[in-house]
Design a protein around this ligand. Sequence first.
Ligand code: PEP
Ligand code: MN
Length: 347
Amino acid sequence: MLVVMRHNATKADVDAVVRVIGEMGYQAQALPGAQRTAVGVVGNDGRVDGSRIEGMSGVSEVIHVSQPYKQVSREWRPESSIVTIAPGVSFGGDEIQIIAGPCSVENERQIVSAAQLVRDAGATALRGGAFKPRSSPYSFQGLGKKGLELLALARQETGLPIVTEAMDEEGAHLVAEFADCIQIGARNMQNYSLLKAVGKIGKPVLLKRGMAATINDLLLSAEYILAEGNDQVILCERGVRSFDPATRNLFDLTAIPIVHKLSHLPIIADPSHGTGLRDKVTPMARASLAAGADGLMIEVHPTPERAMSDGGQSLFPEQFAELVPQLRLIADAIGRKIARPPAHAAR
Ligand code: PEP
Ligand code: MN
């Protein structure tokens, strides 16, 4: 339930509403907005009787949030949220951000050259896994802390903020020390203790859709993070499992306009994991922007044929450099803009 206050409501009116909600056994949260102040009710998972509140001084209307998720819904916050991972790198506004880099951090030369080349081609953030959730326990698991240190070095060299995955609570604290945005991978979308942990840490989170998750599941997982007080959440469509082995996953671009309708959170698209096929990444990256994605995450490797993970879906540097100007044209056609890489720090 959301209690929308009148423009001329006083602080005493808002305080009284908060008190009554508390007396009803729920938690109230004042939400000062650009247009209006509202008081949100949390701590309930069913309909709350709003009749006691409707007649109170300063109350304009009582809205029943019809979805099982509350704080992530557009009913709760009608304006689109903007999530900023570093100065000038914001998701959810007119500007579209491109996160690019290899699947995994492999060594200093690989990650630093990847960072330089994606930045020179127009990427605005660097990706690269230090902790890798591999389907097989015998596959390369990532460099761990050393990988995070190498990412920090790549950031220093290029000025690009870092997006990297955390797989468990302990790892989340470590990742938070190095990263600008903590990625929660598809396999962990419903790891609720991890979601709560990153909610408490408070750093921006990139939450990827689970491979068998509905859009409702994705939004409920995001709700776990917001419920801990962290509203800096970017969602990511990365494909779901299907019966068709023609692609690695079934890239669900319809999720983008659906999420935009249901939620105020930004959503980006990952055509690399979405298709699993290098030559399908370019057309689906273009399609993602046309569908309204607030950003892209694309795997690019300096030498994909030597990659320790996901080489077959990683773009060659030249392919990425060719793609970005095409994305600028598409963004232009729909009244948006591809952000420019952040001003260079040190080189
Ligand atoms: C990744 O981004 O490297 C990754 C493992 O993605 P996902 O969690 O979507 O499979
Ligand atoms: Mn990968």
